[in-house]
Design a protein around this ligand. Structure first.
Ligand code: MN3
Length: 196
């Protein structure tokens, strides 16, 4: 199938001051688009061309690491934009909060573990909340890797590559992650994925 770059679900300046228009312009228009262009070039005329993006990710992870780098990042960023919203953060919808309490020891413990996963991911990568075998897990992955390739469903992910925060936070990755969690997360979308 032919893939396209999804528009941001909000204006470029809608997440300011927590994430600037400049960051989103570079991150969405340049970085995310570059993954799409590279992936499209690599799948053209191959068996991957007719697959869903999820299948491209899981198959290329095992068989074609160069393609996976692009496809994984293309997939991750599609959700990354939707994992944020203006005036995000705050209360977590009830059923998901109950599951977090059950599996992760409460929202505060989850917040600490999620931020810690992002802080300790050396170099580029992602921190995740994922559902695996019916249980919630906090995960960290390098580069474009994601929970899909580990048999888990991604519910929330944050990009910790420097292009995601360097314009707004310089080298302060912990501050970026705290700000992101407290002010930008679109919990309705996370709950939708959890219940879907
Ligand atoms: Mn990125």
């Amino acid at each position: 199938m032919a893939f396209t770059l999804p528009d941001l679900p909000y204006a470029y300046d809608a997440l300011s001051p927590h994430m600037s228009a400049e960051t989103l312009e570079f991150h969405h228009d340049k970085h995310h688009n570059a993954y799409l262009v590279a992936m499209t070039g690599m799948i053209e005329g191959t068996e991957y061309e007719s697959m869903s993006l999820e299948d491209i990710c899981t198959k290329s992870f095992k068989e074609n690491p160069k393609l996976f780098n692009q496809a994984g990042q293309f997939y991750n960023h599609i959700h990354f934009w939707k994992w944020m919203k203006p005036n995000g953060g705050g209360a977590i919808p009830g059923a998901l909060e109950a599951k977090i309490n059950e599996d992760l020891g409460g929202v505060d413990a989850f917040r600490t573990a999620f931020i810690q996963a992002g802080v300790t991911q050396f170099g580029s990568g992602w921190a995740w909340l994922a559902l695996k075998g019916g249980k919630l897990e906090v995960m960290q992955t390098p580069n474009g890797e994601n929970p899909l390739v580990h048999g888990a469903k991604p519910l929330l992910g944050v990009d910790v590559w420097e292009h995601s925060y360097y314009i707004d936070f310089r080298n302060a990755r912990p501050k970026y992650l705290e700000t992101w969690f407290d002010n930008l997360v679109n919990w309705d979308y996370v709950a939708e994925l959890y219940e879907g």
